[in-house]
Design a protein around this ligand. Structure first.
Ligand code: ZN
Length: 206
């Protein structure tokens, strides 16, 4: 079962992907991680990507798709994979179509106002990196290690609005693109409740 997670920033894709990985034995693939690994290991496609990045240019979709193609050919992806953060545009979705069969697209539907609240309420531990939100945890220090929490520079309204605009323009059209295999779930405050809905939907399919 190959799954794409679709949703705006702060919609909870990462958390959902982690839970699905644990319960269903699917492999979570993020293109950000793929880039880092390929560059670190000095693979041909990694060096190609780096040549663009060094020039301050965007890495062409064809390079990203080649990395993906190599990754999903690996043995651990036999049961399936979860793509989190790719594709982000229609051309990327067209390219993906040529290398993989996508069974289900799960869209996490969270109102933009709620996303802004989540972004502005995010607090990060200065020592262990644990992430909290003031809506569920409003203490100044980390529950795990006791270190002070801080607000990251890019968790501000301007940055979040800019990211939401890119999402609305480039990524939201994928909802129509994948209409035939789309499962929409309202992203709730409680990530466990959201996960239960997805889990029930996937049960028996995997
Ligand atoms: Zn901590």
């Amino acid at each position: 079962m190959n799954i794409i997670l679709l949703g705006a920033p702060f919609s909870g894709k990462g958390t959902l992907a982690r839970k699905l990985t644990e319960d269903f034995g699917l492999v979570q693939i993020s293109t950000g991680d793929l880039f880092r690994e390929n560059i670190k290991n000095g693979t041909d496609v990694g060096m190609l990507a780096k040549s663009f990045m060094d020039k301050g240019q965007l890495v062409p979709d064809s390079v990203t798709v080649e990395m993906l193609k190599q990754r999903i050919a690996q043995k651990d992806c036999q049961k399936g994979f979860i793509l989190d953060g790719f594709p982000r545009t229609i051309p990327q979705a067209e390219a993906l179509k040529k290398i993989a069969e996508i069974d289900t697209v799960i869209q996490l539907d969270v109102p933009f106002d709620e996303i802004r609240r989540r972004a502005l309420g995010r607090r990060t531990c200065s020592k262990c990196g644990e992430i909290y939100n003031t809506s569920t945890y409003d203490k100044p220090t980390c529950k795990k290690c006791g270190s002070p929490l801080f607000q990251r520079d890019d968790d501000n309204l301007e940055t979040v609005n800019a990211r939401l605009e890119v999402y609305a323009n480039q990524t939201a059209p994928l909802i129509d693109f994948y209409a035939e295999r789309l499962f929409v779930v309202k992203g709730q405050k409680d990530a466990d409740a959201t996960y239960q809905i997805v889990k029930n939907f996937l049960k028996g399919k995997i």
